[in-house]
Design a binder for this molecule. Sequence first.
Ligand code: 8YV
Length: 325
Amino acid sequence: MTMPGKPKLFVTRKLTQDVEDRIAAAYEAVFNEDDHIMSPAELVEKAQGCDGMLVTATEKNDASLIGALPGSVRIIATFSVGYDHIDVPAAEARGIAVTNTPDVLTDATADVALLLLLGAARGADWGERMVRDATWTSWAPTYPLGHDVTGRKLGILGMGRIGQAVAKRARGFNMQIHYHKRSRLPAELEQGAVFHDTLEGMLGQSEFLSINCASTPETRGLINAETIAMMPDGAVLVNTARGDIVDDDALIAAVESGKLAAAGLDVFAGEPAIDERYRSLKNTFLLPHIGSATLGTRSAMGMRAVDNLDAFFAGQTPGDLVTAG
Ligand code: 8YV
């Protein structure tokens, strides 16, 4: 597509300075100076006359919002690998391209999965509280005790890029990797991990479970009372994917009963307005969705989103085009 002058781009959240500088040089940009989260009405208003939007997971691009966008908008580039906040079929129906930012956040997110795994298993949360609250009054051989990580079995739900990066790190702890996926990975990607063609088969082995799959209609609520019951008693669950893959009632009940020894969560359904019961739940290590939150990674995500926009406005197919199929 050839356009007179610079394309007009609406950037819904504040991005790192290097990314905003690049956008300012190449686009007629509408930035969000104070980084507030915009209502659907404000998003539609600011999108008027824009050729594209650079959005994040804080903007719910559902069918109603997409339907209300001006006809000038031809592309929605999301600053995230996940695109469950975008109704891709609705965008396609309006001829709007959608792109995401895979690869560049794989390592940072896998690092946080390991942080959660270790933090939950070894009681980093209660340990830190003891130090800060001055309730650490003496050392004892039998209190407080966490759970061994080294040599244990780790089930990975969603053995894609991030799941494989989690497996690579966990091998450093001599963990035995198990995974469930629709189709088995080739041996060079499997790296000795045990493939399970059923979720039940993998969960039965999962002394630790790392959730790394996308949130889709098939995976929403997949970890629930029934599937948690398939896990060994005293297992540890960590989630760096999306909160809605886990049923909160079931997870909280399992941690309270000891069915799960601990849980480490970086993502929550409805975040940041999380289920209030998590705030006082023991044996949990909780983080505020920081999987990709390093300066280097957030910069790379922004650059990747702009690469996609540049390609689109140069009339090429963006490298990270997302399709409904
Ligand atoms: C982002 C993420 O921080 O990329 C994703 O899917 O979950 C996070 O890394 C967030 O979604 C920002 O849009």
